[in-house]
Design a protein around this ligand. Sequence first.
Ligand SMILES: [Zn+2]
Length: 117
Amino acid sequence: MRDPLIHVEKQQMLTHAEMRALIVEATGLAVDAPKTVATGCGKRRRYAMTSTVPERVTCLACREHAQHEHTELAEMIEAALRLPGMVPDAERECYAGAARQRRGLAKRFATLNTTVN
Ligand SMILES: [Zn+2]
């Protein structure tokens, strides 16, 4: 059965794309993408049928999953910022930026403005 929807990976904290970028940065070695991944809607789909770009994700359950995950990650980062001594002063702006980025992604996943391309 063909599934035309674009999904998100279930794991939003560190997606395969982010993990591969880190490995390339650390080692200079390219890593193959996985053939299939677990999706936010509880299925297993081809990696090529997933996206990290909110506007490309057409599976509604995956959009809700990603919105929830990014909101939760933003809240975790913001909680760390509120705890005295948890985040070194030199890294506070970096953490705050990461929280803003996650909130922005959550908002984009919550907005139904998908493009088909
Ligand atoms: Zn999905």
